[in-house]
Design a protein around this ligand. Structure first.
Ligand code: ZN
Length: 453
């Protein structure tokens, strides 16, 4: 009965929800520098006069985190909804069809979209979570647990000042039974994804050190650019020095999961063979990847450069460590290329060596017992009911704030589910389908009701 009540309430108030989402998009929160307080104030205003306790925790220059709770009792089950308020800067605004802060609505009657920076990543997910709390309060449904809304800053620049700060300071004493991060999780052509883990992210600095000299007789020198190109060309050979780590969901298991989402196995196989994008997605979810993203060398047109510096961006499977990567790449460099490794980036002028340095690292994580969870099955059933199609379990190829929940063991049972397509994030003309946004409100509200009743 209450489910009907909730769905009717949502259908009758979609205009209000759309307006609220537009307000969040219009509240500028480009990070850097952040300005998340602009968004926090809009959320506070929206929850005003509802009897929901909402508190803003300001920091820095116009930045803030926010926590709102459905009630004041934390003794029962606690469900936590987390969404970030910051967005990436819009890039060249001239290239946008509609100004990135305009939140312009366009599209046909059945497929209306809201355009703007953050529409997908992730003001739609955040707005839907805020609205879910408000609906449960407004309808006055008797619930035994508590729903906690955590709107955070700093996600796009690491999350230490946002989610990490909230978990370590304001939320530490609250036992969390289940958490949802509302990041966009659409995976066209598959449909909705639901992430039970995410990959790690490692930036490794590489310096090749050769011997400086005149380019008229290059063989008297040792060209550091050539050295780096050897590493680039042979990088895949490091794989054989990496220990075998199984991904949380194997390639075969993915094929099983995904083929049940299509009318027939044959149809799925056909799409899989035809669509390169799908292969790329599968690879990203089951293997570790490596990409050179920055490279610098050279001082003058006629000088053989003695130092070349590059950054390799590795995306690690959960359970793969920095130590494993360092061991493998060093082994490859010495065994396959015959170079010496040095522990500092400078040597004497005739020294030839390679230097590695961990530049930045975010650990991957996943929920180990996800397959046994009834709560997760309930969440999936609600998505299927609202969207008319089962979602697919995935490993998120990019990093989110979910890693903080899992890696400090605050709440391993943390999932990522939200409106919007993952590939639409950070793009020019970012847009969210209104239908998808409204469906997410339904999913968040129904799940909270079922989980806490
Ligand atoms: Zn995001």
């Amino acid at each position: 009965m209450s489910e009907e009540l909730i769905l009717n309430e949502i259908e009758n108030n979609t205009e209000e929800y759309i307006e609220f989402l537009r307000e969040l998009i219009q509240a500028e929160s480009y990070n850097p520098p952040g300005n998340e307080k602009n968004v926090a104030l809009k959320i506070e205003k929206y929850l005003k006069n509802t009897d929901i306790k909402s508190e803003i925790f300001p920091f820095g220059e116009n930045r803030a985190n926010l926590i709102a709770t459905l009630n004041n009792n934390f003794e029962g089950k606690n469900l936590l909804y987390n969404g970030h308020m910051d967005v990436v800067p819009p890039g060249n605004e001239e290239e946008w069809k509609y100004p990135p802060l305009s939140a312009t609505i366009k599209g046909s009657k059945t497929n209306k979209k809201i355009f703007g920076r953050g529409a997908v990543d992730m003001k739609a997910g955040l707005a839907a979570m805020v609205i879910a709390v408000k609906i449960l309060k407004k309808l006055g449904i008797k619930l035994s647990g508590n729903l906690i809304l955590n709107a955070v800053a700093d996600e796009e620049t690491g999350g230490e000042l946002g989610t990490m700060w909230c978990l370590e300071n304001q939320l530490k004493s609250i036992k969390c039974n289940f958490a949802v991060i509302g990041e966009m999780s659409g995976m066209e052509p598959i449909g909705k994804g639901i992430a039970i883990g995410e990959k790690g992210n490692l930036h490794l600095k590489v310096i090749t050190n050769g011997i400086l000299g005149h380019s008229m007789m290059p063989s008297f020198s040792k060209n550091s650019i050539n050295m780096m190109s050897e590493i680039i060309l042979n990088l895949d050979k490091m794989d054989k020095y990496m220990p075998k780590i199984n991904p949380p969901i194997s390639y075969d298991r993915y094929k099983e999961i995904f083929s049940t989402l299509f009318p027939s196995k044959e149809q799925f196989e056909r799409i899989l063979n035809e669509q390169k994008a799908l292969q790329v997605i599968f690879d990203a979810m089951t293997q570790f990847t490596k990409s050179f993203t920055i490279i610098n060398a050279g001082v003058k047109e006629n000088v053989i450069p003695d130092q070349c510096e590059a950054i390799i961006n590795f995306r690690l499977l959960p359970c793969q460590t920095v130590e494993m990567v360092l061991y493998a790449i060093k082994k490859m460099t010495t065994e396959e290329l015959g170079y010496e490794i040095k522990n500092e980036p400078i040597g004497n002028p005739k020294e030839v060596f390679v230097y590695f340095e961990v530049y930045q690292y975010g650990e991957g994580s996943y929920w180990q017992n996800w397959e046994e969870s009834q709560d997760l099955k309930d969440f999936v059933d609600i998505i299927e009911k609202i969207y008319g199609k089962k979602p697919a379990y995935i490993l998120a190829p990019g990093g989110t704030d979910a890693k903080f929940f899992r890696n400090i063991d605050y709440c391993p049972q943390t999932i990522i589910f939200g409106p919007g397509e993952a590939l639409a994030a950070h793009t020019t003309n970012e847009s969210i389908k209104i239908h998808d946004f409204i469906n997410a409100i339904k999913v968040y509200t129904l799940f909270a009701y079922n989980f806490l009743k």
